[in-house]
Write a protein that binds this ligand. Structure first.
Ligand code: GLN
Ligand code: ZN
Length: 769
C-alpha cells in the first residue's frame, strides 16, 4: 500500500507567494528574488510531505498564478494578442505568464487579461484557455521538467503532476466558430507525448494526469477522446506509469470509459462518492492489473477524517484486490484547504473544543499515513491508540453541546412557501420603485471600495487592541464619509458605503453570526495572489444582533442619494465557508437565510431603500452532474427568496454574481426574482448576456462594463462600446451601469479614473439615445 498526494497548497503557510508576487508586480523585488521565494516554498512543501509519511510527492503542483495557465504555457497555447510581447518586447516566460493573467498596459500596449472562471465546483478561479480552429501547440515552457529535476536532485520521490489533455481542452473556450475544442486533441497529444518522453529521460517513473472532467456528464466524443488520449500516451511512452485522477464527483456514466483506460493507477474520490467503490471493484477491475488510489481524506473540507469509516472502505478494496494494488491519498489536491492547523494558536479563534475536530493540509497528510499504518499493521499498539484517539474526537464532535440550538431548528422547520414570496410581481414593484427617481442607465458600484493598506492597518491594530473601538470606528466613519462625498462628486446614482469595516464578505458576517468559528491563518487561494480565509461553520446559525444596520444608516445619513445596503447571501456564505458535514447543506442554508432575512428587514426599517444581497457563489454550488442539479437549485433559489421576500414592494432588492456561466441555469436566476442583478461580463465582452436575452430575463440587469480583477483602466469609449453592445440584448429602461465586481482589491488611483470614465460613459449614452 503506497501513499501519495495529489497536490499541496502553494501559497506558503504564511502566504509567502502572495506577498512575493505582489512585490514583484510592484517592481519591489526582481525575478530572481521571486524565484527564490518560490523555490523555498516548493522545497518546504516537499519536505513536509515526506515527513508526514507520504511515499510519492507531487511536483509541478506549484504555480505562480494558476495551473491551467501553466498548461497553456507548457503547450504553447498563447493567444495571438500576446505574441508581440514575446517577439518584440522579448518578455521572458514569467512576465508573459503574468501578462496573460493580469493584462499588460505599458510601452504602448493595452492588452486585456485572459478570462477567468471557477474550477469545477470550487471557489478556485482558473484562467480559461483560448483556442482557435487552427490552434497549434508546442512544448513551449518546460517548467515541469525543471521542477521534476529540482525535486529529484533534492532526493524526493517525485511525481510530476499535469492537467490531462482532455480536461485541459474542455476547460478552454473556442474563440471562433466552426470547431469544437475537443477536435484539437490530435494537435495537442504530441506535446504531451514529448513532455512524458522528456520526463522519462530525466528519470521520472510515475506521472499524475488530472482528468476531473470525468466528474462531468461527458458526451460520447469526449469519452472517446479520453480513450484515444490514454491509449496513445501509453503506447508512445510505455515507460511512464500514468496515475489518472478524477475528483469532485464519481465517474457516473463515465465509469466504463475510465475503467477501460490503459493506466497504471486510477484515482477515485471516495469522499464525494463512497458508494462508487463497489461499482469499480466489479469483476473486470479485480481481474485487471490497474492499481486503485483511494481518495479517502477530504481535500475540500477541514473536518478530521473518520478513521473507522475510511478503514471500512480500505478493507472492502483490500478484500477484492489485495493491499498491493491499493494506494491511499486525499480525495483531491489539497489546494482547497488551509496549510497547517498547528499555526492556529490563538484561543479566541478556533477554540480548543472545535480545533480537535479539524485537520488542515499538513494534518490530512498525516491522516493518510496513519490510515495506511492502521490498515497494514492493525495490531501495532500504536495503531490501536491512534484509532482510539480518532474515534474519541469524532464522538466528541457528534455529541457536542456547542453545535445544537433547538430554537433555530424549530424556526427552519416552520418555514412556509409564503416566506419566499414577495408581496407583488416585478412589474408592480418596478412601478413603485420609480420613487427612487433614478435616471436611465443608473450607475452604481458593487459595494466595496479599495481596502487600502491604511485601512488594513487600522483593523490589524484594532484586533491587537492597539486601537480602541471608538478610534477604529471613527477612522472607518471618516473613510465612509469620504467615499460618500466622492461618489456624489463624480455623479454616481446609487451609492455604497464602501465596506471599509469588512475584512471579507463572508468572514464579516460569520463573525457576527452564531455557529461560526474562525482561523488565524486558514488561507486558501482564490485566484492569483488572492486568498480567502473561509470561516468554519460548525453549528446551528442565528443572528444575535443586527450586523450592518449601523454602517448603512450612517452612510445614508450623509447623502440625499440612495445608499445600497450590502449583504452576503445565504448560498454564498454556505459555499465560501467550511461547512458542517453532519446535516444536509440545504438545512444549514435555510438557517443562514433566516438570519439574513432579519437583517434585510432591519435595514428596511432603518430607512435603507435599496438592499443588495450578493450571491456570487450560487453557480459554483451547482452539482457537477445534471441529475443532481434541480434539487440544489430549488433549495438555493428558495433560500435567496427567503432572505429577500419580507420587504415592501418599493424596497429594491439587488443581487450580484461574478464569474458565472448562466446559460444552463438562467431560469433559476430569474426565479430568484431580484429587482436588479449585476453580473460580471466585461472579460467575456458581454457574451454572458446572451443567456439573459434568449431567456427574455424580465428584471433589471447591470452587466459589468469593466474588469476589476486587473489594474488596467478602461477608457470611456471602451465602456460605451460595451454598453451599446449590452443594449442589443437588454432594453435601455432595464440596463444598469456598473463594474464587474467590488473594488476592494484595487487602488484608489485606477478606481477613481475608471469610475469617473464609467459615469461619463453613462451620461454620454443617455444623451445619445
Ligand atoms: N459586495 C461585494 C464587494 O463589493 C461583492 C464581492 C463579490 O462579488 N465577490 O466586494
Ligand atoms: Zn463579484
Amino acid at each position: 500500500m503506497q501513499t501519495h498526494n495529489l497536490g499541496y497548497p502553494r501559497i506558503g503557510s504564511n502566504r509567502e507567494l502572495k506577498k512575493a508576487c505582489e512585490q514583484y508586480w510592484q517592481r519591489r523585488i526582481d525575478g530572481r528574488q521571486l524565484e527564490q521565494t518560490a523555490r523555498a516554498i516548493r522545497n518546504n512543501n516537499w519536505q513536509l510531505q515526506k515527513d508526514a509519511g507520504i511515499d510519492l510527492i507531487p511536483v509541478n503542483d506549484f504555480s505562480f498564478y494558476d495551473q491551467v495557465l501553466d498548461t497553456c504555457l507548457m503547450t504553447g497555447a498563447i493567444p495571438e494578442r500576446y505574441h508581440p510581447l514575446m517577439e518584440r518586447e522579448r518578455l521572458n516566460d514569467l512576465d508573459l505568464f503574468f501578462a496573460m493573467a493580469r493584462g499588460y498596459q505599458q510601452n504602448g500596449y493595452d492588452l486585456t487579461a485572459m478570462e477567468m472562471t471557477k474550477w469545477f465546483d470550487t471557489n478556485y478561479h482558473y484562467i480559461v484557455p483560448e483556442f482557435r480552429k487552427d490552434q497549434k501547440f508546442s512544448f513551449f515552457n518546460q517548467t515541469v521538467i525543471h521542477q521534476f529535476i529540482e525535486a529529484k536532485k533534492a532526493g524526493y520521490a517525485a511525481k510530476p503532476v499535469l492537467i490531462g489533455p482532455v480536461t485541459f481542452l474542455l476547460s478552454g473556450k473556442e474563440k471562433e466558430a466552426g470547431f469544437h475544442r475537443i477536435d484539437l486533441l490530435k494537435n495537442l497529444l504530441p506535446v504531451y507525448i514529448e513532455v512524458l518522453e522528456k520526463l522519462d529521460a530525466c528519470g521520472a517513473f510515475y506521472v499524475q494526469l488530472d482528468e476531473p472532467c470525468l466528474a462531468l456528464d461527458l458526451s460520447r466524443e469526449e469519452q472517446q477522446a479520453l480513450i484515444i488520449a490514454y491509449t496513445t500516451l501509453q503506447k508512445r511512452v510505455p515507460n511512464i506509469k500514468i496515475i489518472l485522477t478524477n475528483y469532485f464527483d464519481c465517474f457516473g456514466k463515465n465509469l466504463e470509459t475510465a475503467l477501460s483506460l490503459p493506466v497504471h493507477t486510477l484515482h477515485v474520490d471516495l469522499v464525494r462518492c463512497p458508494s462508487q467503490l463497489d461499482d469499480i471493484l466489479a469483476t473486470g477491475f479485480v481481474n485487471a492489473r490497474t492499481h486503485l488510489s483511494l481518495g479517502i481524506v477530504d481535500g475540500r473540507n477541514i473536518w478530521k477524517n473518520n478513521f473507522q469509516r475510511s478503514l471500512t472502505l480500505i478493507e472492502t478494496a483490500k478484500q477484492k484486490i489485495g493491499a498491493d494494488r491499493i494506494w491511499l491519498a486525499p480525495s483531491c489536491s489539497l489546494l482547497h484547504v488551509p496549510c497547517d492547523l498547528d499555526m492556529e494558536t490563538e484561543e479566541k479563534n478556533l477554540t480548543g473544543e472545535i480545533k480537535q475536530w479539524v485537520a488542515f493540509a499538513k494534518q490530512k497528510l498525516a491522516e493518510v499515513a496513519v490510515l495506511k499504518q492502521i490498515a497494514t499493521s492493525p495490531d501495532k499498539p500504536n495503531s490501536k491508540a491512534l484509532l482510539a484517539e480518532n474515534t474519541r474526537c469524532i464522538e466528541a464532535r457528534n455529541t457536542s453541546s456547542l453545535i445544537h440550538n433547538q430554537q433555530v431548528k424549530a424556526r427552519v422547520t416552520a418555514i412556509t412557501a409564503s416566506d419566499a414570496e414577495r408581496k407583488s410581481s416585478f412589474p408592480i414593484r418596478k412601478e413603485k420603485q420609480q420613487e427612487l427617481d433614478l435616471p436611465l442607465f443608473a450607475t452604481t458600484t458593487i459595494g466595496s471600495f479599495p481596502q487600502t493598506k491604511e485601512i488594513r492597518n487600522w483593523r490589524a491594530q484594532w484586533k491587537k487592541q492597539q486601537l480602541s473601538d471608538t478610534d477604529y470606528n471613527q477612522l472607518l466613519q471618516e473613510a465612509t464619509n469620504k467615499a460618500i462625498q466622492w461618489q456624489e462628486t463624480i455623479g454616481l446614482d446609487v451609492l455604497v458605503h464602501g465596506e471599509f469595516e469588512r475584512n471579507d464578505m463572508v468572514e464579516y458576517f460569520g463573525e457576527q453570526l452564531a455557529g461560526f468559528a474562525f482561523t488565524q491563518n486558514g488561507w486558501v487561494q482564490s485566484y492569483g495572489s488572492r486568498c480567502v480565509k473561509p470561516p468554519v461553520l460548525y453549528g446551528d446559525v442565528c443572528r444575535p444582533r443586527p450586523m450592518t444596520v449601523g454602517w448603512s444608516a450612517y452612510a445614508q445619513s450623509l447623502t440625499g442619494k440612495p445608499v445600497k445596503g450590502m449583504l452576503t447571501g445565504p448560498v454564498t456564505i454556505l459555499q465560501w465557508s467550511f461547512v458542517r458535514d453532519d446535516q444536509p447543506r440545504s438545512v444549514t442554508c435555510n438557517q443562514i437565510a433566516l438570519a439574513i432575512r432579519d437583517e434585510v428587514l432591519d435595514l428596511e426599517k432603518a430607512g435603507i431603500k435599496i438592499i443588495q444581497i450578493d450571491e456570487p457563489a450560487i453557480r459554483e454550488g451547482l452539482p457537477l452532474r445534471k441529475e443532481q442539479q434541480p434539487e440544489y437549485l430549488k433549495w438555493a433559489v428558495t433560500a435567496f427568496r427567503i432572505t429577500s421576500a419580507g420587504v415592501q414592494d418599493k424596497t429594491q432588492i439587488h443581487t450580484h454574481m461574478c464569474y458565472s456561466e448562466f446559460n444552463d441555469i438562467i431560469d433559476h436566476i430569474a426565479a430568484m426574482d431580484a429587482d436588479v442583478i449585476t453580473i460580471e461580463t466585461s472579460r467575456s465582452q458581454m457574451e454572458l448576456l446572451d443567456a439573459f436575452a434568449s431567456f427574455e430575463y424580465p428584471n433589471d440587469i447591470g452587466p459589468g462594463v469593466y474588469d476589476i480583477h486587473a489594474p488596467r483602466v478602461p477608457s470611456k469609449e471602451e465602456m460605451m462600446g460595451l454598453m451599446e453592445k449590452a443594449l442589443t440584448y437588454i432594453p435601455a429602461e432595464r440596463l444598469w451601469v456598473n463594474p464587474d465586481c467590488g473594488l476592494k482589491t484595487r487602488g484608489w488611483e485606477e478606481t477613481s479614473q475608471a469610475l469617473i470614465a464609467m459615469v461619463q460613459a453613462a451620461k454620454t449614452l443617455r444623451k445619445k439615445i
